[in-house]
Design a protein around this ligand. Structure first.
Ligand code: SF4
Length: 661
């Protein structure tokens, strides 16, 4: 019987030789690891030689939809990019929405991989059965939005594009791969890998349908789950949100984590997207302030954070935007007059991570400047998280006299100076002057600047930390250290522990989420949410769905493939994916417990005020608990028994992408 739920085929493009090959995968591999990160980790462990230069020909860069991407299920539109990260030197992956993933799938592919390095800039066209590498010299140097427009015009209706901008071309290690004019596969520095391979873009149009085992069941499951999105929003939802915001200072004092009923969450996402959370999260201690040394009430009070949050943001909204198959459409297109930073006619709405990275982190409340910066980052192809953290680092260096005079290029870098921040982001994007020193992120910049600059560099293992304070969410802080892509917030986000979409997993394991600072239990909580999130990601679903009722993840997978996966087996798949990502790093000489957090992030010098006052994380206790829950030895290595039980004992490193699996 022919397979269901996947095509069993990936495309491998050797850029050095200009060779393109279809490659069949054995059906069993999908049941082991699904798609996305899992399929990427499984294949790259085989295909990439140890210690490959991340910017050299041996790095393999993969674009991989989730297993349900393109199947038509709600929230099922995501794809992932994988490769060796030039930022961390280890496993790299990034997750992205938009429309590219489903369209790649409609080309009859479960993944697309690039090896080698092209001598000249090229782009790949996949238009149904026609696949070709083409000269990209006319596109090299263009911003992402123009690149996308031109390629869509060339190929025609239905085409979708991923591309890099000038930042990726110049191999900035904080560059991002962009699709849909503003959706980013931003983390792990994989746009620099694309730039090093001289691969400007991929444009795809497809006509194939994913074979589904039980379409009726798939549709019925989506219809039943989708009812919650058809309900009229309760009149109480906006009220509840306003009340929560008004009570934010009280929540801060009582150290209470804001949450709400599903209807209110859906309303919040539909109306504001993640921008709705900015003021609240800043006030309660979740958003890092003043490069992780600030306290909201003192340094960035509610009166300032509301200027870059919810209502203030959507005041500029021109229309809503959503990824394919999304019943919520949390994104938006905005326009601003711009004031001193210049007008932006139409651009993607900045989301929470961007607002926080260029807001409280920099003591900046100029929303129009943040919209301008977000647009710059989308167009030049930069990761807004890493760029914001790098700007914070630069300002603190300037404060201590480490960036001044010639190095500072005449810029007056100071906290909250929106005009200078916009200018600096432009210089980073163009590698112009001081921008060149900063364009590879804070770790490299600190090494170049010296003089103790490392103290201001907020990264884990080379990757800039996201906008969730480890002292507020300790298990997430643990994830920043022990995940295979350190400094990530969405491969193992412990914030989903209490979500309705995860509750059944906790219950099945007889667990309930513990107190925020119960360090001895944080490792097992992280290991469990991590396994389930790997499944959600590798299935190609948006993780926000977990906050909106219970998406039938397992049932969808079974209907699409004809498998009969139990929850237990699903969690084993998630476990396997996480172990594979770790195995990649171990082979590179990066141990699971090797990475530490900057002292500010772990609270080694605790804050003296605010909701995080006195918090000093017990990292060792959390790590011990995590290793035990993962089945690792005391020093963080997967044991032989674990590898046997996950069927990973015999995976063979060092093969070639062109050799049979
Ligand atoms: S909730 Fe937002 S990020 Fe998730 S699929 Fe919908 S539009 Fe995309």
């Amino acid at each position: 019987m022919s397979p269901h739920g996947f095509f069993g085929k990936v495309l491998i493009v050797d850029l050095s030789r200009g060779r393109i090959e279809n490659h069949s995968l054995p059906p069993a591999i999908y049941r082991q690891v699904l798609g996305g990160y899992g399929l990427g980790a499984r294949l790259l462990y085989d295909w990439m030689p140890p210690h490959a230069d991340p910017l050299g020909p041996d790095n393999v860069l993969g674009f991989i939809p989730g297993l349900l991407t393109g199947a038509g299920v709600l929230f099922g539109g995501r794809f992932m990019v994988v490769g060796k990260s030039p930022l961390t030197g280890g496993w790299g992956d990034a997750n992205c929405g938009g429309h590219f993933g489903p369209v790649l799938r409609s080309a009859g592919l479960d993944g697309l991989f690039f090896t080698g390095v092209s001598e000249e800039p090229v782009y790949l066209v996949i238009d149904g059965d026609e696949v070709a590498l083409k000269d990209a010299s006319h596109l090299w140097g263009l911003e992402t939005v123009e690149t996308e427009q031109r390629l869509k015009e060339d190929v025609g209706r239905g085409a979708e594009v991923v591309s890099i901008g000038p930042a990726g071309e110049s191999r900035s290690l904080i560059a991002a791969i962009i699709t849909d004019g503003g959706r980013a596969a931003a983390r792990s520095g994989l746009a620099a890998v694309m730039g090093a391979k001289r691969l400007k873009a991929v444009v795809v149009r497809g006509r194939e349908r994913l074979p589904i085992r039980d379409k009726e069941a798939l549709t019925r499951l989506s219809r039943e789950y989708g009812r919650i999105f058809q309900r009229d929003p309760s009149p109480l939802s906006p009220l509840l949100f306003r009340l929560t915001k008004t009570l934010a200072p009280l929540l801060r004092l009582l150290r209470i984590k804001p949450s709400g009923p599903v209807d209110a969450i859906i309303h919040l996402y539909r109306k504001y997207g993640t921008s709705g959370a900015t003021a609240l999260t800043t006030e309660v201690g979740d958003a890092p302030i003043w490069n992780w040394r600030g306290v909201a009430a003192r340094d960035f009070p509610l009166s300032r954070s509301v200027r870059i949050s919810d209502e203030a943001v959507i005041e500029h909204k021109l229309r809503s935007y959503g990824c394919r198959y999304c019943p919520v459409r949390c994104g938006g297109i905005v326009g601003v007059d711009g004031g001193s930073s210049g007008a932006v006619e139409e651009a993607h709405k900045p989301e929470y991570e961007t607002l926080a990275a260029f807001g409280p982190l920099l003591l900046n409340d100029d929303l129009e400047a943040i919209v301008k910066i977000n647009t710059l980052c989308d167009r030049f192809g930069l990761d807004t998280i890493s760029t914001g953290v790098t700007v914070a680092f630069a300002i603190e260096c300037a404060e201590h006299g480490l960036i001044d005079g010639a190095l500072g290029d005449g810029l007056t870098l100071s906290w909250g100076n929106a005009e200078a921040i916009v200018e600096l982001v432009g210089r980073i994007a163009r590698r112009d002057g001081i921008g060149d020193v900063l364009a590879d992120g804070v770790k490299r910049a600190a090494e170049r600047i010296g003089g103790g600059a490392e103290d201001f560099a907020m990264h884990a293992g080379g990757q800039e930390l996201p906008m969730h304070d480890a002292r507020y969410e300790p298990a997430l802080g643990l994830a920043y250290m022990v995940d295979a892509t350190p400094g990530r917030h969405n491969t193992a986000n412990s914030g989903f522990l209490d979500s309705p979409g995860f509750r059944h997993v906790l219950e099945a394991k007889g667990l309930s989420s513990s107190g925020r600072y119960a360090y001895h239990k944080k490792g097992r909580e992280l290991a469990l949410i991590n396994r389930y999130l790997q499944v959600v990601n590798c299935a190609g679903l948006c993780m926000f769905s977990l906050m909106m009722g219970r998406p039938p993840v397992r049932e969808w997978l079974n209907a699409a493939t004809g498998w009969e996966l139990s929850l237990q087996e699903l969690l084993r798949i998630g476990h396997r994916v996480q172990v594979l990502r770790h195995l990649f790093n171990l082979r590179e000489g990066i141990g699971v417990g090797d990475i530490s957090l900057p002292s500010r992030a772990s609270g080694r010098s605790p804050l003296d005020k605010g909701p995080l006052r006195g918090v000093s994380l017990d990292m060792e206790a959390m790590k011990r608990d995590y290793f035990q829950a993962m089945g690792y030895s005391e020093d963080g290595a997967p044991t032989r028994d674990l590898l046997d039980s996950l069927g990973l004992t015999g995976i063979a490193p060092g093969g070639s992408p062109h050799s049979a699996l």
